[in-house]
Design a protein around this ligand. Sequence first.
Ligand SMILES: CCCCCCCCCCCCC/C=C/[C@@H](O)[C@H](COP(=O)(O)O)NC(=O)CCCCCCCCCCCCCCC
Ligand SMILES: Nc1ncnc2c1ncn2[C@@H]1O[C@H](COP(=O)(O)OP(=O)(O)O)[C@@H](O)[C@H]1O
Ligand SMILES: [Ca+2]
Length: 583
Amino acid sequence: MIGKEMEIDSVRVESSLWVGNKRFKASLSEWYFSWTEIDKRNREKKTVSVPVSEVIGVKEGREEIQPRKKLEDSDLDFTLFYVKRNRRGNTRGTLWSLGRTQFCCPSRDVRDQWITQLRTALKTHSPSRPHRLLVFINPFGGKKRGKQIYHSLVSPLFELAGISCHVVVTERANQARDYILKKDLTGFEGVICVGGDGMFSELMHGVIGRTQQEAGVSEHNPTVMLQPCDLHIGIIPAGSTDCVCFATVGVNDPVTSALHIIIGDSQPLDVCSVHHKSTLVKYSVSMVGYGFYGDVLAESERHRWMGPLRYDYSGCMVFLCNRNYPGLVQYLPADSHVSSPRDNTRCLAGCRVCSESKERLFPHSDSSSSLYSTNLSQYSSGLEGEWVTIEGKFKCVSLTCMSSSCPRSPTGLSPSAHLADGTVDLILVRETNPLGFLTYLHRHTTTQDQFDLPFVEVHRVRAVRFFLQPGEEEEEEYEEETEIESSFERVLEDPDKLHTGDIANSQSKSTSQQCLAGQERETVKSPRRKKRNFVCGPCCTKPPSVSVWNCDGEILPHTEILCRVHGQLVRLFARGIEDSTGA
Ligand SMILES: CCCCCCCCCCCCC/C=C/[C@@H](O)[C@H](COP(=O)(O)O)NC(=O)CCCCCCCCCCCCCCC
Ligand SMILES: Nc1ncnc2c1ncn2[C@@H]1O[C@H](COP(=O)(O)OP(=O)(O)O)[C@@H](O)[C@H]1O
Ligand SMILES: [Ca+2]
């Protein structure tokens, strides 16, 4: 019956369709659904093509999703929803929205055939789409709009795409991490966080920890080859910095991220493990920063009520404190033939450096992850090689596995870093005058090279060790703790311990630094000092000569640490930055 109106063969489906009052020839091939306008003289005009991999859903009748509306019912119509790209000024990153086109068919049978054919094509040619997801919403992240963002912008899209979700609104920090570590995850193809970098970090710790538990790998051993994680992580940005989302998608937009999740995009990501002695302290994907960024974070925790602005306020305060910190940094250089942090390239979707790294990182794999565990013993510890030593006084020491671009700094901490090349960039900013440091910071917001300054150096590395000056060594107050959780939670439980209060009553020796407010301050050091007490208030009531580490937005309870990169350890529902500038 529909033979005349619709042609179906093994490679193509074709028919006439109407969009509004215009006639189109529509065709579905293996990879594309296209419709071409036909004018009154039967001439073909403009064609619109949508890759099958970017079709979000097909609905009978006329529907609108955002806002949800069922328009008049017609059994000749179907509505196609797909990814639509919107150009974004001259910044990189492409904003996606939900495209929607209503088609009117010559008969109901043709309409039903189109719906069946399109849905079958989706199943066949988009096999990596998730069907069931576990969603964690932090109701207190960023501007506290997590629940609203999820329910109004994201959930309708997941429903349209036929994804079923189990939603957990968190009631405490680390609830999401513990859920992933302990509960039955059968049937879930991914975990999603609605929140900021802290929330992402919780999910990542859950996923990495769970994967190592199941593979029988000890995370506390800094030389071990960790098992790569299959369970994908998705980020719906609703936080303060949203660096991981911004650096992997190019924009921090909940709808864009939801669409990447729906179509099952997959982006591997390097992860840095941070150890203190033989205890795992934390994992990081964006920034492990000592000095300025550590101080900014510690200061900002006291101003959480300001929301995302707390970082700008604290940034100014800490800048005025004008501190420098002595330390000894050692690193293992990465292979400089592959790439360099100053090669002026960008890691974009389909990055060649990252895809070639896969072979280097997993030389014995045939991409089936079960092979990794059987071959674990064959891998090197990742810590052999010749360590390079640098000693000095630093404004900040930062490590980043990726560019760490964010809305505050669209080029990021290290603009040419790669998401999945198995390396991390080490940035050392030595003691300098305030104007110099301001120039360095300001260049994060422009296209000027922030490494082209005499007091800044950058190295592409595989591992880093940080030591305090002799005489400043860290005490073994956490010796008995084998679980990182306990030491972290002690700091989190009592944020007041972040201030210098209990330093004052101890035996002391002192050094001095000049604060920009012009006063000579005293640094008091105690042989029984606790490292977690080192953060002072704005403009240093008692400025320390030891800072804290900021690890993806959390303060670490140790100062002397070993960081090692694990190439492509986790996978996100993302594809890297789609360059909208055409550059
Ligand atoms: C003069 C303008 C200076 C702009 C400098 C921007 C540097 C930006 C580098 C950003 C790296 C971000 C790495 C990601 C960190 C996040 O994991 C982590 C957690 O995020 P969450 O709360 O969303 O969970 N975020 C952070 O630790 C925040 C770091 C943000 C630092 C911003 C500092 C702003 C500094 C402003 C200094 C101004 C000096 C002016 C003097 C008159
Ligand atoms: N219900 C909750 N109550 C308090 N803290 C929470 C809750 N859920 C998550 N958190 C914690 O809040 C921290 C900050 O969350 P995040 O979503 O990253 O927001 P922001 O970007 O504003 O810092 C995270 O480290 C996370 O562990
Ligand atoms: Ca990297």
